[in-house]
Ligand binder design. Structure first.
Ligand code: ADP
Length: 326
């Protein structure tokens, strides 16, 4: 009897995140260890549509575990959002005889993967890779730890200037729809306050707390602002605070430095573990699942769970920032 070799492929999609390389590397090497033929699809769904598919060896993924970004490249693909685009992608995967596809990315990429499953008959497994840690159904997404470390590193420097000049700084961190980064950064930096999209911002209360702090002898302050909060970013918030409350501040926007850079060991470990788990899930016949961390363990969770609703922040964390930063 003739058995054909199982063919698997991996792509990275959407925003890049440190640790994606560790995940792709582990996926490729575990697949080869299993006896599968492993392929890399370059530049996300757009690259899939352009047939940028290459068979990879273990050596092809050497020297990447310590690199940020993604060696496969990534993209945002409008074509893949259309029914025709996804049908074309499914036809390409079928023609290339790819039995299983691993998608490393955020909730948008997972939504795309789930929609692809309507026309692609192979298995699909996701690995949560986004610095935002905002995917429902998993306690962790690859890249978060490195992004938080980078922001903390930057704010530690800003703090020196804030202290020297006795200034209040509003530092904007990433998080269009999620305050996860802002909360961890604020707590790690000993910030006085945190402003996140999930919470209606009470500027009056914030200004009051800062003034009380000054009366108690605080000479400077740091407020961490998630870019997506309802006031519209740190610059607008600073303008409102000055115009309406006469409170001056300096603004620093950390921006894209939070995305790249050498992945932390935490992201390398969990990237590797999730990459390995993805192959195991494929071997065990799972489909439309992703490698989810639940209670500190990696388990298969349905992609549906990841694309339904939003991951909520713990209100106690917000309170904790204010208590320990007061
Ligand atoms: P992330 O995966 O980091 O959340 P995006 O939201 O930009 O990033 O999504 C990445 C890509 O996934 C998009 O450019 C698009 O090709 C695909 N995608 C997102 N949402 C959908 C959808 N509803 N249907 C099909 N494809 C989608």
């Amino acid at each position: 009897m003739y058995y054909s070799t199982m063919k698997v492929a991996v792509l990275t999609s959407g925003g890049d995140a440190p640790g994606m390389n560790a995940a792709a590397r582990a996926f490729i090497r575990r697949a080869i260890w299993e006896g599968y033929e492993a392929h890399g699809i370059y530049h996300g769904y757009e690259g899939l549509l352009a047939k940028e598919i290459k068979k990879l060896t273990s050596r092809d993924v050497g020297m990447i575990i310590n690199q940020g970004g993604t060696f496969l490249g990534t993209s945002r693909s409008e074509r893949f959002k259309t029914d025709e685009g996804r049908q074309e992608a499914a036809d390409i995967l079928k023609a290339k005889k790819i039995d299983a596809l691993c998608v490393i990315g955020g909730d948008g990429s997972f939504r795309g993967a789930l929609n692809l499953s309507e026309v692609y008959k192979g298995q699909i497994v996701g690995i949560p890779g986004t610095i935002d840690n905002d995917i429902p159904g998993t306690e962790y997404t690859i890249g978060f730890d490195t992004a938080v470390e980078t922001a903390v590193w930057a704010i530690d420097k800003i703090r020196d200037t804030a202290l020297a000049h006795g200034r209040l700084f509003l530092v904007e961190v990433m998080g269009r729809n999620s305050g996860q980064i802002a909360l961890s950064v604020a707590l790690s930096c000993g910030a006085e306050d945190v402003v996140i999209p999930e919470e209606k911002n009470n500027i009056e209360g914030m200004v009051k707390r800062i003034r009380e702090g000054r009366e108690k002898g605080k000479r400077f302050g740091i407020i961490v602002v998630a870019e997506g909060h309802d006031e519209g970013g740190a610059i607008k918030l600073a303008q409102t605070m000055e115009k309406d409350y006469g409170l001056e501040s300096k603004v620093s926007i950390l921006g894209h430095i939070q995305r790249g850079g050498t992945p932390s060991s935490y992201d390398r470990v969990w990237g590797s573990r999730m990459g390995e788990a993805a192959v195991r899930f494929i071997k065990n016949q799972y489909t439309n699942v992703f490698t989810a961390m639940k209670g500190g363990q990696l388990v298969p969770a349905y992609l549906k769970e990841a694309v339904s609703g939003i991951r909520t922040v713990e209100p106690e964390m917000v309170q904790l920032v204010r208590i320990v930063g007061s």
